[in-house]
Structures are given as C-alpha cells and as structure tokens.
Design a protein around this ligand. Structure first.
Ligand code: URA
Length: 441
C-alpha cells in the first residue's frame, strides 16, 4: 500500500477499507508517513468526509495505537467527561470536584488547546507547580485516595490521536465530524472509564456551528460508545457566546474557582451541573438527572466541591492557596477595555473570533511548538441580549504585549454585532442524546 494512493482515493471520494485506515494510522504513528502526506489526507477527509464505517475503523485504529489503560484497580464506577471544544469552556474544573466530592471517581484525561478553543491541561498549568503528568500508578492511587485526577493524554494513550490532533490544530482540519468523533472516542475507549459523558457544543464558537451537525456528531459518538459497551450520554450545549465570562487560561481557572465558591456565572454553573448530573446517573449514584442536580448544588453550598478542588490541586503538586485565594493567580499587566461603537443590543457574537482574539494575545498556539502565555485573556462584559450604550465596555483584554493587544482589539470589535432590536437569548442546553434517542431540554 502507498499513502499517495490512499490520499488520491479520498480526494476522489472513494471509501477506504479497514486495512487501508489501519495502514494510515499505524504508518503515521510510527513516523513512516510524514506530516505533509497526513495533512493532505486530513484535508481530503474534511472535503469529502468519512462514512460511519470508516469513522468506526479510524476510532478503533487510534484507540489501539498505544496502551489501553487498565483502571480495574480503581474502586467504583469510573466516569469521564469530554467536550467537543468551546470558548471559555472550563466545566471540567467545576464538575470534576463536584462529582468527586460525592464519592464518584473521576478519572480524566484532558487535552491542550485546539484551534480557537482552550484545553483543560493548559488551564491547570496556570496554577504554579501543578503537574498534569502522573504515571499510571500515581493516577490510580490519587483516584482511590481522593476520587479525582486530571492528567494530560499520556504519550502512550492513543498516540495516533495525539499526533493527528497536533497536526489538525495547525492545518485547519479540526472541524470535521468524523475526525472529532474518532479523536474523542479513541481516547475515551483507550482510557478505560466505565461511563462517558460528552459535552457537544453547538453555535458560533463550536466546531459544529449548526444544531443538526452537532446532533449528528452526538449520535455518532453515542453509537461508538454504546458499541464498545460503555454507557454514553451526549449533552448538546450552547456555544453561541463564550461560556461564562472568562476566556484565557489563568482567568478561566479563577472563574471556575469563583463558581465553586457559589459566585459563578449562571450559564457556566447550569452547563456544569447538567453534565455532572449525567455522570452521577451513569455511575448509578442517582435515579434521575434531577436528583443529581440537587446533590450537586449542595456541594457548592456546603463548600465540599471547593475543598475537593484544593485537595486535588495539592495531590498534583500545586499550592491549594491558589484555590482559596484565586486573586493570587498571575494575570497579564496590560488591561484594556474595548468599548462599544454604538448604542443597541448585543444580537450576535462571533465566538470563534473571541477565541482567536485570546489566541492572538498568546493564550493559544499558532503552531505546534508555540508556547502559551497563561496570564493573558479576555473578560466578557456584554453577552447576547444585553443592552449596551456607545462607549460602554464590551470586554476587557488582559495582554502582555501592546502589538498583540491591538490585533486582539480589532478581532473583538469584529466579533460583536450590535443591533437596534432586542434579540432572544439562546438556551444554555438544547438536548440530551442517549442510546435510546434524543430528549429535548
Ligand atoms: N476534542 C478532542 O479531543 N478532539 C477533537 O477533535 C475535538 C475536541
């Protein structure tokens, strides 16, 4: 087999066999297939799509490309949650301690930023000396002891995805349903959790901008999880504006902690709670998502989720003082208010542009090897449906470099559409997809 022929086949809308997909995944993982050929193949996939069968073969080949984690030494039903990627999406930092504080083990493998979206691992690294690299013994041990660990995808876990993910990030080949589904599900299958909860984003900041596409992605992933024998739930949530108000690594950690204190934005709390409630349901802790909701809200009121977050930070080498005192987190020194050019209502937010503004400030990667500035970002002051007067602050930029600040400002102004008529605010949550069908919320 030759990679050239397989690229050509997909370019001409051909259907690849299981063996051909395995050849690509194995060859790329070993380094026999170079980045430039893989990039051409990924672009052909974006343009001509993969069938359900091809997507399933790709998922399994990536899951089998490295070690399969054995979590059998962890007591209880292990639950994991994964997001398709959003702007300001810091729900993992909120729901993991909530669920763990209720005694359910959270075994989380998280990613770094991808395209205009942020990643949990980058965010956590804004806590000084916090380590996202635990070996599998430490991972299992921490979960048994404190019910929670969040680590980066180890080099040995679905290494094919790790390499492909980094290449997609810089070749504009992220937003394809099959590539997203196989990337997420290969990691989930290899990482050994018993229950999988997926947060499938929809809207202007999501990779899937239309609800129907997000629904198709949710169904595809639930089907893959179910075939693999794992209870899988997908919640479709809104990404027509950043989730919460903070975008950028340290700023997002700070907002997550404020949410655990009970002072967080409502949309962020609601999305975190619904995802966590399905984690509890899947783990058999509650009989309904509504029952889960009550228990979860209590973990905020009685501060057990906040204390769990502090315990988790300590267990992974960080200083829990940053949890009890999030103002200590280092934030960039240039603060700049971006003002509204008109009177009116915020009728649309081009959320991926907000993500790009944060990336331009240095909060995300422009190339595979870029280093992230964890202290930069954006605080959103005006959200969809809000009234705004001329010269009122739309958002505040946190920058370390004035040139970057200027470019981010341009992007931010372009991201806001202000109109005369008051628009409807989008819902926070649209629907829940399970193996039994779709439930509208
Ligand atoms: N998250 C992943 O892990 N992979 C994707 O492709 C998109 C979001």
């Amino acid at each position: 087999m030759r990679m050239y022929d397989l690229i050509n086949k997909k370019k001409n809308k051909g259907e690849l066999s299981k063996e051909e997909i395995e050849f690509i995944v194995e060859g790329f993982t070993k380094g026999d297939i170079p980045d430039y050929q893989m990039s051409a193949f990924l672009m052909a996939v974006c343009l001509n799509k993969l069938s359900h069968e091809e997507t399933a073969y790709l998922t399994i080949a990536m899951a089998n490309s490295g070690e399969q984690l054995d979590l059998s030494k962890i007591h209880g039903v292990k639950v994991d949650k994964h997001s398709t990627g959003g702007v300001g999406d810091k729900t993992s930092l909120i729901l993991s301690p909530m669920v763990a504080s209720l005694g359910i083990p959270v075994a989380k493998m998280s990613g770094r930023g991808l395209g205009h979206t942020g990643g949990t691992i980058d965010k956590l690294e804004s806590i000084p000396s916090f380590s996202t690299e635990l070996n599998s013994e430490q991972f299992v041990d921490n979960i048994n002891r404190i019910k929670m660990a969040i680590v980066g995808q180890s080099a040995n876990l679905a290494p094919a995805d790790k390499k492909i993910y980094a290449l997609r990030d810089v070749t504009a080949t992220v937003d394809n349903m099959s590539l997203i589904a196989s990337s997420i599900m290969s990691k989930k299958l290899a990482s050994g959790a018993d229950v999988i909860v997926l947060d499938v984003k929809t809207g202007s900041g999501a990779f899937m901008k239309k609800y129907e596409d997000s629904l198709a992605l949710a169904k595809e992933m639930v089907q893959i999880g179910t075939l693999a024998g794992k209870p899988t739930y997908a919640i479709i949530t809104d990404m027509n504006q950043p989730l919460g108000r903070a975008v950028g690594n340290a700023l997002e950690v700070k907002e997550a902690i404020e949410t655990l204190y009970g002072h967080g934005p409502e949309d962020l709390l609601e999305v975190s709670v619904i995802l966590a409630s399905y984690m509890l349901l899947g783990a058999g802790k509650v009989k309904s998502a509504d029952e889960g909701r009550e228990l979860l809200l209590e973990t905020i009121k009685n501060k057990s989720a906040l204390d769990k977050m502090a315990e988790f930070v300590r267990a992974q080498g960080g200083d829990s003082e940053f949890v009890y005192n999030p103002e200590l987190l280092k934030l960039a020194s240039i603060r700049y208010d971006v003002k509204s050019p008109f009177d009116g209502y915020v009728s649309e937010i081009l959320t991926d542009e907000i993500g790009m503004a944060s990336l331009v400030l240095g909060g995300g990667r422009a190339t595979k090897d870029s280093k992230i500035d964890l202290s930069v970002g954006i605080i959103i002051n005006k959200k969809l449906g809000d009234k705004v007067s001329k010269n009122e602050t739309l958002a505040t930029l946190y920058a370390s470099d004035d040139e970057k600040r200027k470019e981010a400002k341009k992007r931010l102004i372009n991201a806001y559409v202000i109109s005369k008529d008051k628009p409807k605010r989008p819902p926070y949550i649209y629907s829940v997809v399970t193996k039994d069908g779709v439930k509208e919320i």
